[in-house]
Design a protein around this ligand. Structure first.
Ligand SMILES: NC(=O)c1ccc[n+]([C@@H]2O[C@H](COP(=O)([O-])OP(=O)(O)OC[C@H]3O[C@@H](n4cnc5c(N)ncnc54)[C@H](OP(=O)(O)O)[C@@H]3O)[C@@H](O)[C@H]2O)c1
Length: 319
């Protein structure tokens, strides 16, 4: 198979386009011919600094394609089915072998490109808002980094649940587009004081629930602008700012929760929840934004485009 690989962590230029042996189909897994790879925020972070669990390493969580082989013990999937897959690494390649439970069947009417982008962003946003965030109708939600993959999903799901949705982004152009996804208030964090603006917009009350995948100084702000009994769902570290937090001000009965989809991923609850989001995207009730597609051999350029902060929604690789 063809793969975008690297031998050491670093900037986007660490990628090399190489021929690797095809992966073996596990007894409880499937082998897929990959047709679309969705580059996740975590892929970019892992390339920059994560451990190399294989050498050369094929990074990447999400890819979709057609099953070409099923393992001897698999009755739940069949050759020829189109699936979207999730696994901690291995997406940046023309073939992928994963356990059948890490696959979701793609409806005939849904494009494989769109399907490749759905499970992790919508799954994570749903966990932050509902399973851990306990969002109630009429509450306010602030989505930090709303133009990212998880951010766009969170804005839509929060709006659909009846929340007043605030979001931040690095440009007015991104904030304008976020209105189409359900954002009621957009704050350009590159130019404005987000905490002051939120406090002014909420009559000094603050936000009920913050969904924060940026981390660092941004999470300090998230905690500062939550309301009485407010909750901060911290699910990511896009800013690569790994500071420690001062939580000594406990007078407001606030909660901060670290949310991870991974430990819950194969549970029946999460499988059903992600399946619902795939069906909703297929039906047009939820949207995915594809910013741009690059050939797999240009993985470095695709990662550089994401790091330029000019992308809105997902960047894909096509083998
Ligand atoms: N816990 C979990 O289960 C889970 C699941 C999925 C993802 N994650 C993590 O969540 C984070 C976001 O994932 P994603 O896939 O949504 O990423 P993404 O699509 O790349 O979006 C990240 C967003 O963060 C914003 N941002 C704000 N400050 C930033 C900074 N200093 N550097 C880079 N971006 C910044 C960017 O928008 P602006 O340029 O407009 O600010 C961008 O839209 C990543 O850390 C990822 O590893 C965790």
């Amino acid at each position: 198979m063809k793969a975008a690989v690297y031998y050491e962590n670093g900037g986007p230029d660490v990628f090399r386009y190489e021929e690797l042996p095809d992966p073996k189909c596990p007894a409880q897994g499937v082998l897929i011919d990959v047709q679309a790879i969705s580059i996740e925020g975590g892929d970019v972070l892992n390339r920059a600094g994560g451990p190399l669990v294989t050498t050369p390493h094929v990074v990447g969580y999400q890819a979709a394609g057609t099953i070409v082989e099923v393992g001897a013990e698999v009755t739940q999937r069949a050759v020829g089915q189109r699936v979207t897959t999730v696994f901690p690494f291995g997406s940046h390649a023309s073939m992928r072998a994963v356990g059948w439970a890490q696959t979701f069947v793609v409806p005939d009417s849904l494009s494989i490109e769109i399907a490749s982008t759905i499970p992790i962003p919508f799954g994570t946003a749903d966990e932050c808002l509902f399973e851990y965030g306990k969002l109630s109708v009429g509450e306010s939600v602030l989505v930090q980094g709303g133009a990212g993959g998880v951010g766009l999903a969170a804005v839509q799901l929060a709006k659909r649940a009846g929340a007043t949705v605030f979001t931040t982004a690095s440009s007015d152009a991104k904030l304008d587009r976020l209105k189409d996804f359900g954002a009621d208030h957009g704050i350009n964090y590159a130019e404005r004081d987000v905490v002051a603006e939120v406090m002014q917009l909420t009559g000094n009350r603050g936000i009920d629930l913050v969904v924060d995948g940026v981390g660092g100084a941004v999470t300090e702000q998230s905690f500062a602008m939550t309301a009485y009994k407010g909750r901060v769902m911290m699910y990511g570290t896009s800013a690569r700012d790994f500071r420690k937090y001062d939580l000594s001000n406990m007078r407001m009965n606030k909660t901060i929760v670290g949310v991870s989809l991974t430990p819950e991923f194969a549970t029946a609850r999460v499988v059903e929840m992600i399946g619902r989001h795939i069906a909703d995207v297929d039906a047009g009730a939820l949207r995915v934004e594809i910013d741009r597609s690059f050939p797999l051999e240009d993985a470095g350029a695709a990662h550089a485009h994401i790091e330029s902060r000019n992308a809105f929604g997902r960047v894909l690789l096509i083998p």
